[in-house]
Design a protein around this ligand. Structure first.
Ligand SMILES: Cc1cc2nc3c(=O)[nH]c(=O)nc-3n(C[C@H](O)[C@H](O)[C@H](O)COP(=O)(O)O)c2cc1C
Length: 212
């Protein structure tokens, strides 16, 4: 039996991303977000253009997408209801947001230099994706929301998440992303079954496709 409902949000479960960018004064900003998906070498990020992150990305044209695992929930929690924007936009101030210049310090996270962008990576995150802005796509619905298309330029990964130390393949059974599911934090369950979509090795595999 299905019922028709009118939910206020449709957050059916997406990974949490900590986006690092560079502010006007050269200091780093760090913001949690979770409206993100990837296709090939591109990523689409859904964010409010009132955020400091979007302003920084428009100005600098780059960012790092740091992917936290579930053990970093307390750090993400410490960044919640903070903005690097000063003054705080009225719509955020009324929801309890406060300005914070030192997001890395407040979160207890460590900056590491990136290879191809100015924004620092977050040492404690197992995955860092250095990325460049491709295009901003405004939402059709009246809002400050934009979909930000970025191209992944450099991928850093904790080596114990790889299938083997020399491979370019991440072992999905070892990577446990932090998932925002209707504004609550979840991890993933263990693998339930194999998928025929894109096996890594063997006939019809990603490995063989790349050789063509
Ligand atoms: C777990 C989590 C997920 C979030 N997801 C989004 C999101 O997908 N898009 C968005 O615009 N804001 C999202 N936010 C809110 C931003 O973190 C918030 O707007 C913040 O002020 C942005 O920081 P900035 O202004 O310094 O860029 C999320 C916050 C948390 C804690």
């Amino acid at each position: 039996m299905h019922k028709v409902i009118n939910p206020k949000i449709h957050y059916f479960g997406t990974p949490v991303v900590l986006i690092s960018t560079i502010n006007e004064d050269g200091t780093p900003n760090l913001a949690p977000m979770s409206s993100a998906w990837w296709l090939n070498q591109s990523c689409m990020l859904g964010m409010s253009s009132k955020s400091q992150t979007v302003q920084n990305m428009i100005r600098e044209g780059e960012c790092v997408l740091n992917l936290p695992s579930i053990d970093l929930i307390p750090a993400v929690d410490r960044l919640t209801l903070l903005t690097g924007r000063n003054p705080v936009p009225e719509s955020k101030a009324s929801r309890g947001y406060k300005f914070e210049a030192n997001k890395f310090g407040v979160a207890g996270l460590t900056q590491v230099q990136s290879h191809v962008v100015q924004a620092p990576r977050v040492k404690e995150c197992p995955v860092h994706l250095e990325a460049r802005l491709v295009k901003l796509h405004p939402f059709e619905e009246p809002s400050s929301l934009v979909a930000i298309e970025v191209r992944i330029e450099k991928v850093h990964i904790e080596d114990d998440l790889l299938m083997d130390p020399k491979s370019n393949y991440i072992d999905p059974s070892k990577w446990n992303p932090m998932i925002m599911n209707f504004c609550e934090y979840f991890g993933l369950s263990e693998q339930l079954s194999a998928s025929k979509l894109a096996p890594v090795f063997g006939p019809g595999s990603v490995e063989n496709m790349n050789k063509k």
